[in-house]
Design a protein. Structure first.
Length: 270
């Protein structure tokens, strides 16, 4: 079997209408998969579908709030009706609020966890039910964050949800392994998107970010998309229950060493 060949496969990407999600949808499509983009913003989803279609990708769009059980069920049914099957689910949709812990509300907490954790559960459950019924295996991929591993001040609900994804995925991977359904976590580091980008932040912030990453640059949606293709590939049936970190070595480098390395690179003219 050829590696990184998704021809004949169908993938769902939640939040696939922009940023990292769009990069994942494009990468899966270019690897041969037909792609269903799920998103709450119908106009934005339509634009993403048009862009992906212009690149020669077989793609459909569906409106879906992943925190709503009925919407997830409906989007799953629509996707199967339109594309015939489901083999890959990338649970990428997410949100965050920035608020001091002592000023936070239960409503904010529930809103973030509803999308970032419950949404993963619902999307995995519904798509996995279809995969199990077909008895041909499949791949479940949850997009997390380095906030699952490091403190995220002012983003406690986001950090808690992303950390919770790892526990969910481990349990799902163990339970569904006999069915040939794999479940893994994809953990991006600092990655360019519509809201966070070298061109939209201050020069000081950009310098701080880049100096903390041994690779010396921000990640791109293409970087994360390539990792998603790896995790989705059916020729890797033994890779399940794992976390794949794509962060330019940010997580393994102590901050003081990262700063020193950045200074040395600058002095060396790199």
């Amino acid at each position: 079997m050829a590696v990184f060949d998704l021809n004949g496969r169908v993938a769902v990407v939640t939040g696939g209408n922009g940023g990292i999600g769009f990069g994942i949808a494009a990468a899966l499509g270019h690897a041969g998969a037909a792609v269903a983009v799920w998103g709450r913003d119908e106009a934005k989803t339509a634009r993403a579908v048009e862009r992906l279609g212009a690149e020669g990708i077989s793609v459909v769009g569906a409106r879906c709030d992943v925190s709503d059980e009925r919407e997830v069920q409906r989007a799953t049914e629509e996707t199967v009706q339109q594309l015939g099957r489901l083999d890959i689910c990338v649970a990428n949709a997410g949100k965050a609020v920035h608020v001091p812990f002592l000023e936070s509300t239960l409503e904010e907490w529930n809103d973030v966890l509803g999308t970032d954790l419950t949404g993963v559960y619902l999307c995995f459950r519904e798509t996995a039910r279809h995969m199990a019924a077909r008895d041909e295996g499949g791949a479940l991929i949850a997009v997390s964050s380095i906030a699952s591993r490091h403190a995220a001040p002012l983003m406690h609900s986001y950090g808690a949800a992303k950390a919770g994804i790892s526990g969910l995925v481990r349990a799902v991977a163990a339970e569904l392994a006999p069915l040939g359904i794999r479940a893994n976590v994809l953990i991006p580091g600092f990655t360019e998107n519509e809201r966070l980008h070298p061109d939209t932040v201050t020069a000081e912030y950009d310098t701080e970010v880049v100096s903390s990453i041994p690779a010396g640059r921000w990640g791109t949606p293409d970087d994360i998309g390539a990792a998603a293709v790896y995790l989705a590939d059916p020729s890797l049936p033994y890779h399940t229950g794992a976390e794949l970190v794509v962060d330019g070595a940010y997580s393994i480098m102590p901050p003081y060493l990262a700063v020193r390395a950045a200074r040395e690179r600058a002095n060396a003219g790199h």
